[in-house]
Ligand binder design. Sequence first.
Ligand code: ADP
Length: 490
Amino acid sequence: MKRGATKVLFVSSEAYPLIKTGGLGDVLYSLPHAVHARGADIRLLLPGYRALLRQLEQVRILGWMDVRGAEGMVTARVLETRHPDFAFPLWVVDCPPLFDRPGNPYTNASGQDWPDNAERYTVFSRVAAQLAMDGLEHGWKPDVVHAHDWQTGLVAAFLADQPGRPKTVFTIHNLAYSGFFPHGEFIRLHLPNHWWSSEGVEFHGGLSMLKAGIVYADAITTVSPTYAAEICTPEFGFGLDGLLQSRSYKLQGILNGIDENLWNPHTDPRLPAHYSMSRIQPGKRRNKQALLERFMPHADEAALAAPLLGLVGRLVEQKGIDWVLAAIPVLLAETDVRLVLLGSGQVVYEQKLTRLARQYPDRVFVEIGYDESLAHLIEAGADLFLMPSRFEPCGLNQMYSLRYGTPPIVYKTGGLADTVVDANEVTLADASANGFVFDTPDASTFLATIHRALALYRQPARWRRLQQTGMQQSFDWADSAAHYLALYAA
Ligand code: ADP
């Protein structure tokens, strides 16, 4: 590492491939690598979840820390490890009573939040803040602490009045998840009294960890320019729009990039067939066949010729799943489309989709769960990608689908608005079109947009051009990493 390189401590509750529930995990893999590749000296701090610890081989104990928990002091072991997928050291907060449990980082097997989430992420943030001050005296003190989402919102607050502290940057990946807890938790966790005000962490009578990040960090970023503007409005602000407006001097939107090595149809080891912009078929078609044959014994010519619509994502209201549910029966009646949907989330959506799959076994294919390989195969094997999110801070799936020659259908919001250009006569003529965008948030406009997309799908030459435009675009981290580095240095 060059002398004088900017030292950055990333603090996150997820990082692909060790632990991931959504886009946050992807970004906390690719962003630290992007800034590392440009000369920064990085450490990435993660909670020692059971699933994560099991993937570590050689670990070194950096030291022990006693920090306040809900009932007295909690001891955390800080581990350092090198992992073959990471170009820099990982630091892990090993605290078995809080993190050594099965399943999801945030919820138990039945999808309920862990009851001690407030304590888990307060302890994690306390350890992070002490490490940011070189609390274990290893001689590595960051210049910048870059914390992500509500789970790490308290890091900037703990550091705020420390003399000689690093700069704090807080990134909002999704404002909808605020880390909101009752006032009782604030008391139980012995958080400083002076934080308890509407100018501090108090939000409608409770504690908002996301708000702590917004209030106390030196700089706030979010993951697309459009979302940065949207969250300052009542429609998208979840009650924090006024605060964000008042902090707009330190807020900016920096579009996420994607890892173009992991998501590359030319080399993706998860695909049965590879393809590239200059020769999309027959590779894409072989992936379509493999995808269909995962769900049906034999994909005949009729199934292969019919447009295949794909969806991958969390099954929550944000993602417009109710619009998809409303559109499916109409599409099945009026067109020959097939659909393949992968996701998990709200039980009612899971049940409704499963019911549709049972009702139309040769046209609707549903996998409830989390499957990284199937996600890649859907991006590659589908003809169109559905992503009608009501709001979308950045969204990665639409960028993956563009790269895989699978034009996305999106609502005009957040990062979707910043990355997808609607196909119309003008944009098709100047070759800027790469997908389909609708700007009225309802099911019938979504449906009409799918029909519009299907009409273009039936014109192979124009369709190929649309695919190629998306495939040749770069969504790498170069520009965004430069923005972050400039922010770290400011
Ligand atoms: P969000 O962060 O809101 O979940 P993004 O589009 O930014 O949405 O990122 C979602 C990421 O999670 C993508 O990498 C996507 O492929 C992945 N993903 C979401 N749901 C699943 C699933 N059920 N199986 C596999 N990957 C999934």
